[in-house]
Design a protein around this ligand. Structure first.
Ligand SMILES: [Zn+2]
Length: 444
C-alpha cells in the first residue's frame, strides 16, 4: 500500500512542476528514492525493457529506436529528454505508470548512463542491453573508462538476455565474454567507409587485447579507436556480425543493410554507428522493414546534436562535443565538407562539464580543410585558443571571446558557412543566443 502513496505523491509533485512550467528533470525521482529506496522494484512491467548505454550517441540511438518502434504502431515509454541516471529513469516511470505502478506499453526503452547500468538493472528486469562505445568522458565524475567497463562486465556475468555490442570498439565487444553461457549476443558493425584511415589519427583507448594484452592489429580505423581490429594471438575481434552496414555513402547520406538501401538526414560516420545500433534492435524485435526505412529517412534531432539553421543567410551546423572523440568527429564533418567555412567552438568548465578541460589537448586540430577562421568562446575560451594555436593553425585566424553573444556577433561578420561546436552546458546557452541573434537579423 505504501508504494501507492509514494506514486500518488510523486505524480502530484510532477503535476505541480508542470503547472509552473518546469519539466522537473530528476527531481521527482530523487524524492521517490527518499520515500522508498527500493522504488525500482515496485513497478509492474511485463513488456521488454531495452537499455541503451555507452559514452557517445546514447540520446540519438535511444530516440531513433523509439521512433522506429512508434512508427511501427508500438506503444513505447522512454526517457526521451535524456534524464539517464537512476533518478531520471524513476521520474520517467512514475510519470507514465498507473497508481498501482503498472507500466502499460509494448516496449520500455531507456537511455542509461554507463555508471548506472548495474544499479538500475539489478532491480528492473532487462531484456536487451545495447552498448555503443567507451571513450574518455567527463573525467571528474565517472573516473577511468576501464573501471566503468569492469563494472558493466561484472553485471553481465549473471546476465543471459539479449546483448547488442559494437563489434568495432574493442572496449565494447570484450563484454561478450563476461558470461560465456550467454548465447544471446548480437554484434553490429559498419563496413570501411571512404574516410577511414590505416593509422590511428585521433585519441583513443583500447589498443591492447583485453584478454592477452597483445597489441591489436587494425585493418582500418573509422574514427578514434573504432575500426576493424583483430588480436593475432587469441583471435579477439573475429566476431560473427549480426547486423552489418555496408556501402556507407556520406555524401548521399545512405547505407545498405542486407541489400536494402536506407537514407538518412545525417552525414557522419558517428551517426552511422548510431543507426547501426538502432537497426540491430529493430531487426532483433522484428520491426517492419518498410516502416523502418521511412522512419530513418525522416529522423532528425532538435537538441543541438547536428542541428541545422540558417542565420543571416549563412548555413549553420551545430553539434555537441563533450569529449575528444565527440570533438574529433565534429571536426571530421568540417573537413569532409569542401566549402569554405568558419568555426565557433564554445567550451565551458561548469560542474556538469567536468572541471578538467585537459581533454582539449586530445582534439586533432592539425588538419583543417578550408577553415577560414576559428572563434573560441565560453568560460575556457582562452585555453581553447591556445590549444588551437599550438597545432600551427594561423594565429591571426583565431579569435577568443568569453562572452558567447559577442562571439556570435563576430562569427556572422562575414558570409560563409558556419560550424558551431559546443560542449555540454554550453549547448543550450549557445543555441539560445544563436536564436536571439537570428531574430535580431530579421530571419524567420
Ligand atoms: Zn588477445
Amino acid at each position: 500500500m505504501k508504494n501507492f502513496f509514494v506514486i500518488l505523491f510523486i505524480k502530484g509533485v510532477s503535476f505541480f512542476l508542470k503547472i509552473f512550467g518546469k519539466n522537473g528533470g530528476n527531481l521527482p525521482g530523487k524524492l521517490a528514492f527518499k520515500l522508498n529506496p527500493n522504488i525500482l522494484k515496485c513497478f509492474k512491467i511485463d513488456c521488454p525493457v531495452i537499455a541503451v548505454t555507452g559514452t557517445n550517441g546514447k540520446t540519438m540511438t535511444n530516440n531513433c529506436i523509439v521512433r522506429i518502434l512508434e512508427d511501427d504502431n508500438k506503444r513505447v515509454i522512454s526517457n526521451l529528454e535524456g534524464n539517464n541516471m537512476e533518478t531520471g529513469i524513476v521520474s520517467t516511470l512514475i510519470k507514465k505508470c498507473s497508481l498501482t505502478g503498472k507500466i502499460k506499453a509494448d516496449y520500455l526503452v531507456l537511455e542509461t548512463d554507463e555508471s548506472y547500468v548495474p544499479i538500475v538493472y539489478k532491480d528492473l528486469k532487462l531484456d536487451c542491453l545495447v552498448v555503443l562505445n567507451f571513450f574518455r568522458d567527463q573525467l571528474d565524475r565517472s573516473g577511468e573508462v576501464e573501471s566503468l567497463i569492469l563494472k558493466i562486465n561484472e553485471f553481465l556475468k549473471t546476465y543471459d538476455k539479449n546483448l547488442i555490442l559494437n563489434s568495432d570498439d574493442p572496449n565494447v565487444s570484450r563484454l561478450a565474454m563476461a558470461n560465456p553461457e550467454n548465447k544471446n549476443i548480437y554484434y553490429y558493425s559498419v563496413d570501411r567507409y571512404k574516410f577511414a584511415t590505416d593509422e590511428l589519427r585521433e585519441a583513443g583507448e583500447g589498443k591492447f587485447c583485453p584478454f592477452c594484452n597483445t597489441r591489436l592489429k587494425y585493418k582500418y580505423y573509422q574514427y578514434a579507436h573504432v575500426g576493424k581490429f583483430i588480436c593475432d594471438k587469441c583471435n579477439y575481434g573475429g566476431n560473427e556480425i549480426y547486423n552489418l552496414l555496408e556501402n556507407v555513402d556520406l555524401e548521399n547520406r545512405s547505407f545498405e543493410i542486407d541489400g536494402t538501401t536506407y537514407t538518412t538526414k545525417f552525414n557522419s560516420i558517428y551517426s552511422t554507428y548510431n543507426f547501426a545500433a538502432a537497426t540491430t534492435v529493430c531487426k532483433l524485435y522484428n520491426t517492419d522493414l518498410i516502416s523502418m526505412k521511412n522512419t530513418l529517412e525522416n529522423f532528425v534531432l532538435n537538441n543541438g546534436r547536428l542541428e541545422k539553421m540558417v542565420i543571416n543567410n549563412n548555413d549553420t551546423i551545430i553539434n555537441i562535443a563533450k569529449n575528444p572523440t565527440g570533438a574529433n568527429v565534429s571536426l571530421r564533418l568540417v573537413n569532409e565538407d569542401n566549402e569554405h567555412k568558419e568555426i565557433l567552438f564554445v567550451l565551458n568548465d561548469n560542474i556538469a562539464d567536468g572541471k578538467d578541460v585537459s581533454w582539449i589537448w586530445d582534439i586533432n586540430f592539425d588538419v583543417l580543410n578550408n577553415v577560414d577562421r576559428i572563434i573560441t568562446s565560453g568560460t575556457r575560451a582562452f585555453d581553447l585558443a591556445i590549444r588551437i594555436k599550438t597545432s600551427n593553425y594561423p594565429v591571426e585566424k583565431i579569435e577568443a571571446y568569453t562572452d558567447i553573444y559577442e562571439a556570435i556577433e563576430h562569427l556572422y561578420e562575414k558570409n560563409t558557412k558556419k560550424y558551431v561546436i559546443t560542449n555540454y552546458t554550453a549547448t543550450q546557452d549557445t543555441r539560445h543566443k544563436l536564436m536571439r541573434f537570428k531574430e535580431k537579423c530579421g530571419d524567420k
